[in-house]
Design a protein around this ligand. Structure first.
Ligand code: 5GP
Ligand code: ZN
Length: 116
């Protein structure tokens, strides 16, 4: 799939609505439609990248920006302390269902480890 058929590309361009919590020229974050914690945001590059396996050296900066966004949203939401979970699933074994990379930011409750 390329960007033209991709749900998260459409959210990134504004074609499909989402509850946006953070946005820059390159990154957008919005609340997950099926939240697994009091705060559950999905942080994506606006540019289409299907999975972690497609990442290239030139993507290092945009991936870093996803984590910068996570820290900023955690501050906005008020859980920098005590802490929060960020995770990115890759392909079927990890449960990836939308093939446009997204960092899950989960906060507002305690999390167990291992995650299952
Ligand atoms: P994955 O399983 O690929 O790691 O995560 C995909 C996430 O996208 C899921 O947590 C799911 O609830 C969320 N999601 C799927 N469709 C939509 C949508 O249309 N809008 C929003 N905001 N989240 C969605
Ligand atoms: Zn996409």
């Amino acid at each position: 799939m390329n960007g033209s058929d991709c749900l998260f590309c459409k959210i990134g361009s504004g074609e499909i609505e989402a509850n946006i919590v953070y946005e820059t020229d390159e990154v957008i974050a919005f609340r997950d439609i099926n939240p697994q914690a009091p705060t559950h945001a999905l942080i994506i590059p606006k540019r289409h990248i299907a999975t972690i396996n497609e990442l290239e050296e030139t993507d290092a900066e945009i991936v870093g920006k996803l984590f910068i966004a996570a820290g900023e949203i955690a501050g906005q939401e008020g859980f920098s302390e005590p802490g929060y979970r960020v995770t990115m699933n890759c392909n079927a074994a990890a449960g990836q269902t939308v093939f446009h990379i997204h960092l899950h930011l989960l906060g507002g409750r305690d999390f167990s480890w291992p995650p299952g």
